[in-house]
Design a protein around this ligand. Structure first.
Ligand code: UGY
Ligand code: MN
Length: 238
C-alpha cells in the first residue's frame, strides 16, 4: 500500500536501500513462468548483477552465460538433478544448470563475469546447505555468526555469506572497503548505517553498497537478524 508517496527506499551515490513496496517485477530472457526483481547490476555501477527470481511451480531459468550463484529463500528448485530447499545454495560455472522450481519458489541470484587467474583452475560448481556450513566469528564477537557459503579459495572471485546477529549485536567497526556488497535481509531487522545515513531495515529489504561505502549494522528486536551478503573477493582491485 502506498502512503502519499512515502517509502523507506533510498538511492544515493554510494548505496541503494530497496524495500519490497518499491519492487518491480519483469521477466528476464531464459525465464519461463518466472519473473525477476533486479536489485543491482551495471546500471547502478555494480560489477555483479543480483536479482530475486520468483518461480511458479515448474517455472524455469535457463543457464547463464556468466557464473551464477543461487540461494533458495523459500520453496524448492532442482538444479542438475539436485533438489534445493530453503537455505540451500549452488554455485554454477558459466553455461551450467537449468533451474526448475518443484513448487513456487523464491531465490536470490548473483551473476558475475568471472575474473580468471592464470595459475588457478576455476571451480566446476558446488551445491550446499546453509545448515551444514561451519560457523565463524567476526573477530571474537560471539553475538554475530558468519557462515561462508563459498570456500575461501582462489578459484572463486566472490564470497557469499549468511550473517546472523543476536538482538543487540552490532558490527564491531564501521567498515569502509573497496569491495561491493549486495545484501538481502532474510529475517529480523535493525539499523543499517550506509554512508552518513542510518536506516531502519527489516526482512525482505535489499541493500547495495558501492566500493568504499561506510557501513555498520546493529540488530534490534526480539529475534535474530539474518542477511545474505555478496562480496567480491580475492582479486586485485581494478
Ligand atoms: O565482511 C563484510 O564485509 C561484512 N562484515 N560487511 C557487512 O556486513 N556490511
Ligand atoms: Mn562489509
Amino acid at each position: 500500500m502506498q502512503h502519499l508517496g512515502f517509502t523507506r527506499s533510498v538511492r544515493r551515490a554510494d548505496h541503494l536501500l530497496q524495500t519490497p513496496d518499491t519492487f518491480i517485477r519483469a521477466p528476464l530472457p531464459g525465464m519461463q513462468r518466472a519473473t525477476a526483481i533486479v536489485h543491482a547490476g551495471p546500471a547502478i555501477g555494480a560489477a555483479f548483477t543480483q536479482y530475486t527470481a520468483e518461480f511458479e511451480a515448474a517455472g524455469t531459468l535457463a543457464p547463464a552465460s556468466l557464473q551464477r550463484f543461487i540461494y533458495v529463500i523459500d520453496g524448492s528448485v532442482r538444479v542438475d538433478g539436485r533438489t534445493l530447499g530453503t537455505g540451500d545454495f549452488a554455485y554454477l560455472p558459466p553455461g551450467v544448470g537449468v533451474i526448475e522450481a518443484t513448487q513456487p519458489a523464491r531465490a536470490a541470484v548473483i551473476e558475475k563475469p568471472y575474473q580468471a587467474l592464470t595459475d588457478v583452475a576455476p571451480s566446476e560448481g558446488l551445491v550446499g546447505r546453509e545448515q551444514d556450513v561451519a560457523i565463524s566469528l567476526i573477530g571474537d564477537e560471539p553475538t554475530i555468526e558468519v557462515k561462508s557459503l563459498i570456500p575461501d579459495e582462489a578459484a572463486f572471485d566472490f564470497r557469499m555469506s549468511v550473517l546472523t546477529y543476536q538482538p543487540g549485536a552490532a558490527l564491531p567497526q564501521v567498515e569502509i572497503h573497496v569491495m561491493e556488497h549486495g545484501l538481502i535481509m532474510l529475517a529480523g531487522g535493525g539499523i543499517y548505517r550506509l554512508g552518513h545515513h542510518w536506516y531502519p531495515v527489516q526482512a525482505g529489504d535489499f541493500i547495495y553498497m558501492a566500493p568504499f561505502c561506510p557501513q555498520w549494522f546493529g540488530a534490534l528486536g526480539k529475534e535474530p537478524a539474518r542477511y545474505l551478503l555478496y562480496k567480491d573477493w580475492a582479486r586485485h582491485p581494478q
